[in-house]
Write a protein that binds this ligand. Structure first.
Ligand code: ARG
Length: 279
């Protein structure tokens, strides 16, 4: 009896190994042969192309924003440039809406996404994440004269049924919608989805929205550019971690990104945040 089970287990484990090889071979961007006999790595494919493509949404200062000359700048761009330098290739940046970034990455339209993107269970089903390089929170931005205050439960209750402006497809959007994964207890809010947090803030200023829920640093940037009109509530709604996203199974590319992140995480990232908050 015992022996039979052991054999069955060994066979089962072998199947698992084979299945694992199979999934590597089907990875389109890694340049695998159609017959599945040989694979090149994601890194080799990038070196062959001579460029690495970053997907982002440049409406998220200080992590990514459009500079006066029209180029995309920010903390994520600098880290991404270091990844490109390490690989000896050009960095190409694709600026797009935030919401479809994960799907575009999955479809191979870029090599990685660097977009102040929070690691979430939902996204982990679609893509892999590097090590985290920034910790952040969702915060509430309101008009400067707002009396709203209290702990998370009180804020959630006060925002229930209200007009909340967000950037589509972000964790702030999910929080406003009361999605469980975010830990939100907001009920029946009217969630107003915009393409950028800056646009969402305009609707807060003109009174169409009661609050904006977005990430801490972009919130600070928005409050600073709309001097005196807006403020951020002290209460933090979530604890989040940003990482670069890559296609599933591209472990060699992930390793290179993680090496760069290890160099930047901490002081270097903090310096970049300060530098780009001022820009
Ligand atoms: N951290 C939030 C999320 O991952 C918002 C990110 C928005 N990023 C951007 N580049 N617009 O959902």
């Amino acid at each position: 009896m015992k022996k039979k089970f052991a054999l069955a287990l060994a066979a089962f484990m072998m199947m698992g190994t084979l299945a694992a090889c199979g999934s590597t071979n089907t990875n389109e961007n890694a340049g695998s042969a159609a017959d599945g006999t040989s694979t090149t790595s994601a890194v080799d494919a990038i070196k062959e192309k001579g460029e690495i493509v970053m997907l982002t949404n440049a409406a998220f200062p200080p992590f990514e924003y459009l500079a006066d000359d029209g180029s995309v700048q920010g903390v994520d761009v600098e880290i991404a440039q270091a990844v490109a330098d390490k690989l000896g290739v050009e960095l190409k940046i694709v600026d797009m809406d935030f919401d479809p970034i994960v799907n575009s990455l999955k479809a191979g339209k870029g090599d990685f996404a660097a977009a102040g993107m929070t690691i979430t269970e939902e996204r982990l089903k679609q893509v892999d994440f590097s090590d985290e390089y920034v910790t952040s929170s969702q915060v509430v931005v309101v008009r400067a004269d707002s009396k709203l205050e209290g702990d998370k439960a009180a804020i959630d209750a006060a925002l229930s049924g209200k007009n909340i402006a967000v950037q589509t497809g972000t964790t702030g959007d999910w929080y406003a919608a009361g999605e469980e994964e975010t830990g939100s207890t907001i009920k029946d809010a009217n969630v107003l989805q915009y393409k950028s947090a800056t646009e969402a803030a305009l609707y807060l200023i003109n009174g169409k929205a009661d609050a904006v829920i977005i990430d801490q640093k972009p919130a600070e940037a928005i409050v600073a550019t709309n001097e005196g009109k807006l403020k951020i509530l002290d209460t933090k709604l979530t604890d989040e971690e940003y990482a670069f996203a890559i296609q599933k199974g591209q472990d060699d590319l992930k390793a290179v990104i993680n090496e760069v992140i290890a160099e930047y995480k901490g002081d270097k990232v903090d310096e970049l945040i300060t530098k780009h908050m001022g820009a």
